[in-house]
Each structure stands twice: as C-alpha cells, then as structure tokens.
Design a protein around this ligand. Structure first.
Ligand code: FES
Ligand SMILES: [Fe+2]
Length: 392
C-alpha cells in the first residue's frame, strides 16, 4: 500500500479526518476506496492531464482505444511533467527526451540511449476505471476493491454530470454540510424568498453502507438522506432525480464534489430539463462570485444575484468555504441539531481507530438501490430518538 504506517498512531490521529496526504491515518483509510477525479467527457482518447488527489500529483491519460490509465506525475529521467507528452496507443511518451511508458508505468523506450536500460525503470501506476460518466482512480496500492455499482444510475435514465470546480476548502467541510443548513443557507431561493422556515429535527442511524439521516419538519414531513462511507451522499430529490455524490480531497485544503444525477424523464420533458439544467453559469463565475461575497464586495442577499448566478451553489460556497480552508474544530460549540454530523464523526473515529490498531474494518456495502424516500410517517409526529444508533 502506498501509505504504509510509518509511526505509532495516537488518539489525535483517530479524529483527524481532514489530513489525507501520504503517511496520514485518514489518508490510509480513504485510499481503500475508489474516488472519481474527472468526467469522462473531459479526457478524450489520446489526451493526458495532470491530476492531484489526496495531495498526490499524478498523470491521467486515455489510450487511443479509450482506456484510462493513471501513472506518476513526473518522468523518471529528469522529472518533467508527463501530462505534457504524447499518448501513443496505450502508452505515454515523455515530452522532454521521449522516454515511453506503458500503462503499468514500465519504461519501454529510451530513444536517445545507445544502451537502453528500460528494464530498470518503472514509475508508479494506479488502477483507473470509468463508471457512470466519471473516471475513478484507486491509489491505495494492492488489489483494488470492486467498482461501485449503483443500479439506479444504470437503468437507462439520463445521467447528468455538471462540472465540479475545485473549492478552496477541505473535503471535510463539504462532508459535514448538514440538513439543518437548508433552512437558512437556501432561504433566499432561486425562485424567491422562502422566508423563515423552522429547521427540521434530525437523527441518524448506522446502516450497511454508512448512515441514514432522518429529518422531520415541524409540519410532520419526514425525509431521509444517505451517507455512504467514506465520503459520499445519496438522495432522491423532490423531482425524482437520483443523486449520488462524492467528496474527494485534492489536498488538505481543496476538494471536488462530483455528482451524478439520474433523471427519470423522456422525450420533450427531458429536453426541457436539459435546457433548464445545462451549465448556465461558468465555474469561474461560481468561484469569483463566491470569493467576492467572502471579501464583502458582493451582497449575497441582493435579489439580482439570483438572476446571474447559480445561487444555490454560491450560498453553499459562502457557508462552507467561509468556515476556513480547514475549520477550527477546537472552538466549535455543537448542539443537538448537529447530531448527524457528530454521528458521522463517531463512525469515522471508530474506523480510523480500528485501522490504527490493526483490527478489521467494517465492510461497507456500496451497492444500494433506493426507491422512495420522501413520505409522511406516524413516527414523524412522535418523539424523535435522541440516542445515537452507533454499532459498537
Ligand atoms: S525528462 Fe522525460 S525523457 Fe527526459
Ligand atoms: Fe446547501
């Protein structure tokens, strides 16, 4: 494994979920899963691009047959960036002096060498696979686990994947975006003010895939959101779209959030949806407006802002990036409404501690098919459990 334990872990490592670079405990845990890093459409055959994931620089390229490959960032010769080179068949030739590598990282040509020593040169390589319009990499070393399977994303519905800009905050900021925020962060919605709404009561239970978060509004509407280990969300939106999203650390202070939406529409209705949901706003505008808001130059509550930008994204950006690139966890004051987040931290702590102590980790299911999630229940009118359903 790329991130072998190099020191004794301490209890502070069990609760450090943010740092995921090589040699960190959370990084070692995260490296046991596949992570999406780029949209299929952003890497045409014959193209190489630099990527960064969990503080590791790498090269992602697509062979001329369409197969994605992931190899080291730099050439073993004199260290130039391999993404500037040429894809030849399934191989990658360095731009500087033409050394050529296959998809396993093995050097197979050294054109300028009178006596090539390719057999001694191998750069690192990692498995790469495509699924539901995304290219995933597995950088944990050893045998990769099976690729995710989401039947609800495979049953012929239209899949929508928006661009996912890099946000200047840790992936943990976005992991902990909780259900209660909606009542405030999105109160001034794209279609007008929702006004002051009472936040839902929230509780969480452990599941085979991670955690289910139950919400009950004061009016008795219960809904659920699902968190899949290690850093995924899944929910069905009111319009029936199935949403699966991943939070992926680029480094400790930057992240992406790829989301796949399966849209249950056909014909004219689908065309109308596509027109409505295409990228109306560039990613530059989200970052520029979000930063303008945080600098105090743009008024987040100016109604005209909703005409010119994806206001929901700007609102999320303004709340989560504003926590700091890495939030100050030491000075938080958490309450009961933070239950789902506290619960998620407990699950993570349990897994990191098991990893640190060499005990078996929970084998999370990653093949789940949700059908219906938004409904009224009798329980919604009863007492909300206050205990955490953590399995010990
Ligand atoms: S640096 Fe790559 S071939 Fe020289
Ligand atoms: Fe939000």
């Amino acid at each position: 494994m790329a991130t072998q334990q190099t020191r004794e872990w301490t209890p502070s490592d069990w609760t450090d979920f943010v740092h995921t670079g090589p040699g960190t405990l959370a990084g070692q845990y995260m490296r046991q899963f596949w992570h999406p890093i780029m949209r299929t459409e952003d890497l045409p055959p014959g193209r190489a691009k630099p990527i960064k994931i969990m503080s590791e620089d790498l090269t992602l390229y697509r062979g001329e047959t369409g197969t994605p490959h992931c190899v080291a960032f730099r050439c073993a010769h004199r260290g130039t960036q391999l993404s500037t080179g040429w894809v030849e068949g399934e191989d990658l030739r360095c731009f500087y002096h033409g050394w050529k590598y296959d998809g396993s990282g093995q050097c197979i040509e050294q054109p300028a060498e009178p006596e090539p020593f390719c057999g001694r040169i191998k750069i690192k390589s990692y498995p790469a696979e495509e699924y539901v319009g995304l290219i995933f990499v597995y950088i944990g070393g050893g045998q990769a686990p099976p690729m995710y399977r989401f039947p609800q994303l495979e049953d012929g519905k239209f899949l929508q994947l928006r661009e996912f800009p890099v946000w200047p905050c840790s992936y943990w900021n976005r992991q902990e975006n909780d259900p209660v925020h909606v009542a405030f962060v999105h109160r001034e919605g794209p279609h007008g003010d929702i006004g002051l709404i009472e936040p839902p009561r929230v509780w969480a239970e452990e599941t085979d895939y991670g955690m289910v978060v139950h919400e009950v509004t004061p009016g008795g509407i219960e809904s659920m959101g699902h968190r899949l280990m290690p850093a995924m969300t899944q929910f069905i939106a009111p319009d029936g779209t199935q949403n699966v999203g991943w939070k992926v650390p680029i480094d400790d202070t930057h992240c992406i959030h790829p989301v796949v939406r399966a849209v249950p529409l056909k014909g004219d209705a689908l065309e109308a949806y596509k027109t409505r949901r295409t990228n109306q706003w560039s990613r530059a505008s989200l970052l520029e407006i979000g930063e303008g808001v945080l600098r105090g130059e743009i008024d987040l509550h100016d109604p005209s802002l909703r005409e010119t930008t994806n206001i929901v994204n700007v609102q999320d950006y303004a709340s989560m990036v504003a926590q700091g690139a890495i939030p100050d966890f030491e000075h938080e004051h958490l309450g009961k409404s933070d239950t789902s987040m506290i619960f998620w931290r407990k699950l993570w702590e349990r897994e990191l501690r098991s990893l640190a102590e060499g005990r078996p980790l929970t084998a999370w299911t990653q093949d789940i098919h949700l059908t219906s999630e938004r409904h009224f229940t009798d329980r919604a009118r009863g007492e909300v459990p206050t205990t955490l359903g953590l399995r010990v």
